[in-house]
Design a protein around this ligand. Sequence first.
Ligand SMILES: [Zn+2]
Length: 247
Amino acid sequence: MKWLIMVCALLVVSCGSAPESRHVPVVRADQHESSQTYPHLASRSDRVAPLVSRGALIRQINLKRDFIPRGTYARKIHRPMTPRYITIHSTQNFSSGADALRHSLALKRGKLRSRKAPGGNRIGYLSWHFTVDETRAVQHIPTNEQGEHADYNGPGNNYSIGIEMCENKGNNLTATIERSALLTAKLMHDHNIPLRNVVPHFHWPRWDKSPAHKNCPHFLLDDGRPGRKWRWFQAKVKRYHAQLAVQ
Ligand SMILES: [Zn+2]
């Protein structure tokens, strides 16, 4: 009898978990890896794409719109944009609590200032389109407006959608990267942007800085340059893009 109860209990457990494993969320906050510094070396099990519908995949982005009010701070000037690139950054904000919502609040309150200068920042504020953390993505400005996140008056700002990945203390970087890859794929799909135009911040030189090419996002670059880790991220984006395209 005791054995029978144990067998039944096991059956209940395995059946109970079946639907979840079939729809394995590609991004899970509880998937803490032993080394968050090197997520590309994390489990390879995520390379098997789950069979989920496009809708389910998009829901996993968990996108929340929280726009900087039009006409204020970083949006005080309306600067239209037709996006041709997607630029990937990381916040380099390691403070605990510096998640996507906290960045959104700072942007809405005009807290992220940057000195306005000829050839430099054009409006006196930093801004970008999306911030991603382990549980959600938050959109700050519409994708048809320019941000201030890359290269002043260069093509990185004039033509690219900026995505910031959070790396605050306690944030699961693996889940953040996964969600960022999925969001990137969705934006590629929506705006007909090719994978070659998905670039790290590194891609856009800044004329007044040395080195001109920023080591950003640092955890997806090798010795400060796109290499193996960046190709690993590209492959992830490509896989999600293919999943979104066929369904
Ligand atoms: Zn950056």
